[in-house]
Every structure is written in C-alpha cells, then in structure tokens.
Design a protein around this ligand. Structure first.
Ligand code: ATP
Ligand code: MG
Length: 457
C-alpha cells in the first residue's frame, strides 16, 4: 500500500523520535552511574561502621563500652545491635529505636551486607560474627537508605521535567523549521502548476536561498530551455516541410483540374499538364525521401562500416557524372596512393552526390569542377569540391547548412532543390566525427571542405 505522508510530518516525527531516544539513553546512563556511585558510598560507610563496632566488642568487655564509644563508631542515623550466638538480641543502640530487624545470622566471620525493605523503607544491614574472649555472637549495623533514595528520586523527577521541556521545545522548533524547509518546495510546486497551465516558455522565477533547491530550479530552467528549443525546431521543421509539400501539391491539383476541364479534347493540354504533374510528383518523392533521411536518428553502431578506398569512390562518381554531363570538366586532384577509411559506402556516396549535385547546379557558366583529396600526416583526411559558379554571399555561408535554406529560393526550386542536401550531408559527416565547411567568392567559386579525423582503431 502506498501511503503518502507529508515531508513536514515525517521530519517532525523523526526529529522528536531522535531527541526522545537520545535523551532517554543519556539520562538513564547518568542516573544509573550516579546510583552505582552513591550505593557504593553507602556500602563503604556500613562496612566501616561494622568494622569499628566489631573492634569495640572484640577488644573490650561489654560493660566497659560506653554509649559514646558506640556513637563515635557509627555514622549519623545508623543503628547497631549485639546478639548471642543463638541470635538473641542483647543490646541495641540507640536504645529507644523501634526498628526490629529480622537478621539471618550466618556462621561467618566475614561481614555480610544486604539490602532489606521494611514498611516501604530501604535499609542496608551489615552483620558479622564476633569470636573473641569478650564476646561470642553477632553484631549488626543498620543503615537507612532514605538519603540515597531521595537523591535518586529527585534525579528522576528532574530528568522527567527536563525531558518533557526539551521534547516540547524541540517539537516547536522542529515545527517552525519544517515550515521553513518545505516552503520553497511549496513555492516550486505552485510555479510548476503555472507552467503547466501557461506552456513551457515559462521559467521558474524563484530564489529560495537554499543550495539544493536553487540548484534544482536552475537545472529545471535549463531543461525547459532545451525542451523549448527542441520543440521550436521540430515545429519549424514541420512547418517548413508542409510548406514545401504544399507548392507541388497545389501545382498538381491545378493541372489535374485543367485536364479535367480541357484535357479530354486537347492533347496538348493533357501532355503538358501530365508532364508537369509527373515532375512535381518526382519532387514530392525526393522531398519525402530527404525528410526521412534527415529525421532518421541512426548512429553508426548498427551500420555496415568497412574500410574503403575513398579515392576509388570519388573516381567512380566522377566517371558516371562525366557521362551524364559531357559539357562539364571534372578535375580530380587526388592523394597519390589509397586513402583507406572506415565509413559506410552508401553514406560516403550520398555525401559526394549532394556536394557534386550542388556544384553542377550552381556552376552553369564555366562548368569546371575540381575534386581533391589529401591524407594528412596525422591520419586525418581532407576532401574538397570546388566549382567556378555563382558562389555564396559571405553573410549566408553559415546558413546554407540549415534545413530548407536556399540563397535564391525560386532559382533553386526551379532546379528541383528543397534546401535539404547540405543538412543531410552535414549530418552524415558529423556521424563520423568529421567537419564540413564552405569557403566561397561570390560570383566566382565555391569550395566545400570535408575533414574526417584519424579513424579510431
Ligand atoms: P537540395 O539539395 O535539397 O536538392 P539545394 O541544393 O537547394 O536543395 P542545399 O544543397 O542544402 O539545398 O543547398 C542550400 C543552398 O546553398 C542552395 O540552395 C544554394 O543557395 C547554396 N549552395 C549550396 N551549394 C552551393 C554551391 N556550390 N554554389 C553556390 N551556392 C550553393
Ligand atoms: Mg543541394
């Protein structure tokens, strides 16, 4: 069963429990130690008196012992008794005492001291056998324990009072402290509720002056920031994607309406509209495929990665482009010798296609494209693709890697571009911990640089 309790009551219960247990242990130990010490003192005084009185009766005839002798042998409040061997009382001091002690005399010369209780009062009774020429029998000393009992009772009383007071004080202080302690959590929860209602652009505007909760608030705000950013990116992406899809769909719809109205009787309209619709469908197809590539969040862990010769891959790409675009000049300035690198074949090819496609698309005048490769001494690899085309304005070089970004939107669109190629290529390069950047002279040339680090073994 999951029973929810408040942090405050938990704290309160725990602190009261701890103080009670600590106090009980502490005061019990204190009282116990005092009682042991006091009892020991009482035993000593009984034993001393017993020995003094014994000496008195063992060394002098009974009649020569004065009350004064007895008085000086005993402590205040002590009594004594003298007995025959059969246990019959012969003398007691003080004579008027009413206290009758039933003593079990043992035939023992060693003194015996025991605690007895009479009418609710405790006494220490010490007895000893006397075997001298002057007396054969027993002597006893009775020592009241009321002083000892009073001290212990007093200590118990004081301990109870102090215990009660300290537990009460602790509870009160704990109560107020617990209020202070959970206050920031209460405020935190209140603000969270606000955020829940107003959306996650809100932040916690709160300072508790408690390190732990302040840190929690800071982490929370950072997390909300990251969430908001990622949400906005996703939103932007979906908006851009649907916007890109809408144009070809509207064109197709327009041409289908044209065919519906005129196409049955006019083969020219039919031909033209069908041609355009097919082109637009191809564009949608490309867009959807590119979108899928971009959103696929694959790592290299489950991919087939083999060491391939990058120069071979570059050459086979150039050769096939050469056939399709005989009007272009492709220059290959490749590193002499193989460049073996562990990369997924399809990824590398796709990346090359994206950059070469751009080079061809944006260099329609000079039509001169150079691909270079270099294996650096530190094991890293550099590849560059240079065209002598329109170039990219300096201010926009950073942005061309953003999704759907095109310098000249209508021109790129006419060439079938969605503005996704560079984002995809960048994603691939970064998958292999590489870097890609562009240098360009507007109206003159553009170079795409790719650098892959030394492969991990
Ligand atoms: P897609 O690649 O999706 O078919 P795209 O080629 O327009 O469309 P990207 O490859 O991402 O998109 O390129 C983004 C933009 O960067 C291009 O529209 C173009 O404006 C600019 N750009 C890219 N490469 C070059 C280049 N070699 N020369 C001049 N501009 C370029
Ligand atoms: Mg492109």
């Amino acid at each position: 069963m999951n029973r929810a309790t408040s942090l405050r009551s938990q704290w309160l219960k725990l602190s009261i429990l701890i103080i009670t247990i600590t106090y009980l242990i502490f005061s019990s130990l204190l009282i116990y130690a005092t009682s042991v010490y006091l009892k020991d003192q009482e035993y000593r005084s009984v034993s001393r008196s017993l020995s003094d009185v014994s000496t008195l009766y063992e060394n002098q005839p009974f009649n020569s012992i004065t009350e004064r002798d007895i008085y000086t042998s005993l402590y205040d409040n002590q009594q004594m008794g003298l007995y025959t061997l059969s246990g019959e009382e012969v003398y007691r001091w003080p004579i008027r005492t009413q206290l009758n002690i039933d003593t079990d005399f043992e035939a023992n010369v060693n003194p015996v001291i025991e605690t007895i209780s009479i009418d609710g009062d405790d006494f220490l009774v010490g007895t000893r056998m006397l075997q001298s020429d002057y007396w054969h029998g027993y002597v006893s000393v009775v020592h009241p324990l009321n002083e000892y009992n009073t001290i212990i009772r007093m200590m118990l009383f004081i301990a109870t009072i102090i215990g009660f007071l300290s537990i009460t004080f602790t509870s009160i202080i704990s109560y107020f402290f617990s209020i202070q302690m959970v206050k920031p959590i209460g405020r935190f929860t209140g603000q969270l509720k606000k955020i829940e209602n107003q959306g996650f652009a809100e932040r916690l505007d709160l300072k508790t002056n408690i390190i732990e909760t302040d840190y929690m608030i800071e982490s929370f705000n950072n997390m909300m920031g990251a969430l908001e950013e990622s949400y906005n990116q996703q939103k932007q992406f979906v908006e851009d994607a649907s916007h890109e899809l809408r144009t070809p769909l509207q064109i197709i719809q327009g041409h289908l309406q044209l065919i519906n109205r005129w196409g049955r009787n006019s083969p020219e309209v039919l031909d033209e509209s069908l041609g355009i619709s097919i082109e637009e469908l191809k564009r949608i197809n490309k867009l959807v495929e590119e979108l899928l590539l971009l959103t696929k969040n694959e790592g290299t862990d489950y991919m087939q990665i083999e060491s391939i010769n990058l120069n071979d891959e570059i050459m086979s790409r150039i050769e096939s482009l050469d056939k399709v675009h005989p009007d272009y000049t492709f220059d290959a300035k490749l590193h002499k010798g193989k460049i073996m690198y562990p990369i997924n074949n399809y990824h590398f090819e796709q990346m090359l296609i994206i950059f070469l496609d751009n080079a061809i698309k944006f260099d329609t005048e000079h039509k001169h494209i150079t691909v270079a490769s270099e294996l650096n001494s530190d094991g890293s690899i550099e590849i560059s693709i240079t065209d002598s085309g329109i170039g990219i304005p300096q201010a926009e070089i950073e942005q061309v890697f953003n999704r759907f970004y095109r310098v000249d939107k209508s021109r790129s669109r006419d060439q079938g571009g969605n503005g996704l190629g560079l984002s995809i290529a960048q994603k691939i390069v970064e998958l292999y911990r590489g870097k890609v950047w562009i240098t360009s002279v507007e109206g003159n040339s553009t170079t795409v640089h790719i650098k892959f680090p030394k492969p991990k073994n």
